[in-house]
Design a protein around this ligand. Structure first.
Ligand code: CP
Length: 321
């Protein structure tokens, strides 16, 4: 582990992917550039490359997932890795085995990479630290979402999507709308957008759904959605994370939709060619109206497709390719 940035090895190469915070711009750009040729692979009859042949990738999802788990599996298989999906519900976690004991046992099965989603912020970092402390630096950890902390591959696939449609980050205004407080996706997006030089990032939310001091991340706070959407190039809607809400932060989902739901009428305030993104899963009629989610400006399903190529890029770089 490199002590300045524990995700990089002593040669400055990616060893783990835990967070976008502190990741050098050139590493982010290299991931996006590496992903580009992988998108074309989806249209080929032969979709496999040998870059992870002989490697074992363990998917450890302690929280539910549709997009991230599946696209990591597809990505690893396209790179010719052996993929093992640990079913947490039927694993010995249910009998009280600790995370690090699980890691030790899977490492003893010659794991090369762990892709981990966990409700506890910091769980992937703990795993990476443990592997380093026990001399198993050759095993990489990829954070697939930890608590409210980070969801780096989501942030990266979002950047890939923006670059695909908008080409250049240096003249964009990007709005992130909704439950910023509980969102690991928002944190990863903000770190990526600032590192890539987006000049204006707005976060649009009621005060109860904003982290204290969010301005210090380099964003402009808007409590009024109509004001916040004016003239933006990209709108990133976020899911209202009811499962993470302690106490009543909102009067009701219906009230939230009235003020902060993305409707065609509110979207009309953005630039006419603005794109609409959402990491999924969507709560239709809560943070986004179906007419927008399924409309011509939405790039929500392309985000999912790009996620395969971006995850292929991350895994192949971690494997030293
Ligand atoms: N965007 C995202 O993380 O979706 P899943 O929870 O389905 O993986």
């Amino acid at each position: 582990m490199n002590h300045t940035n524990p995700q990089l090895n002593k040669h400055g190469e990616l060893q783990h992917l835990i967070t976008i915070e502190g990741l050098p711009r050139d590493v982010i750009v290299r991931i996006l550039d590496t992903a580009a040729p992988f998108t074309a692979l989806a249209h080929e009859e032969e979709k496999k490359l040998p870059l992870l042949r002989g490697k074992s990738v363990f998917n450890l999802f302690f929280e539910n997932s549709t997009r991230t788990r599946t696209t990591f599996e597809i990505a690893a298989k396209r790179l010719s890795a052996d993929v093992i999906n640990l079913n947490i519900n039927t694993s010995s976690t249910a009998k009280g085995e600790t995370l690090l004991d699980t890691v030790d046992n899977l490492a003893a099965m010659q794991a090369d990479m762990f892709v981990v989603r966990h409700a506890a912020s910091g769980a992937p970092y703990l795993m990476a630290q443990h592997l380093a402390a026990t001399g198993r630096n050759h095993i990489s950890v990829v954070n697939a979402g930890d608590g409210r902390h980070a969801h780096p591959t989501q942030g990266l696939l979002d950047m890939y999507t923006i670059r695909h449609y908008k080409k250049d980050f240096s003249n964009l205004t990007v709005a992130i709308v909704g439950d910023i407080l509980h969102s690991r996706v928002a944190r990863s997006q903000i770190h990526a957008l600032t590192t890539l030089g987006v000049p204006e990032i707005r976060v649009i939310a009621p005060k109860t759904l904003l982290p204290t001091g969010v301005e210090r991340m380099g964003v402009r706070v808007c409590n009024d959605m109509r004001e916040g959407l004016k003239g933006v190039d990209v709108v990133m809607a976020l899911r209202l994370q009811s499962e993470r809400m302690l106490g009543a932060l909102l009067p009701s989902p219906q009230e939230f939709f009235k003020s902060y739901g993305l409707t065609a009428e509110k979207l009309a305030l953005a630039k006419p060619d603005a794109i609409v993104m959402h990491p999924g899963p969507m709560n239709r009629g809560v943070e986004i109206d179906s007419a927008v989610a399924d409309g011509g400006q939405a790039v929500i399903l392309p985000q999912v497709t790009f996620g395969i190529a971006v995850r292929m890029a991350v895994m192949s770089m971690l494997a030293g390719n």
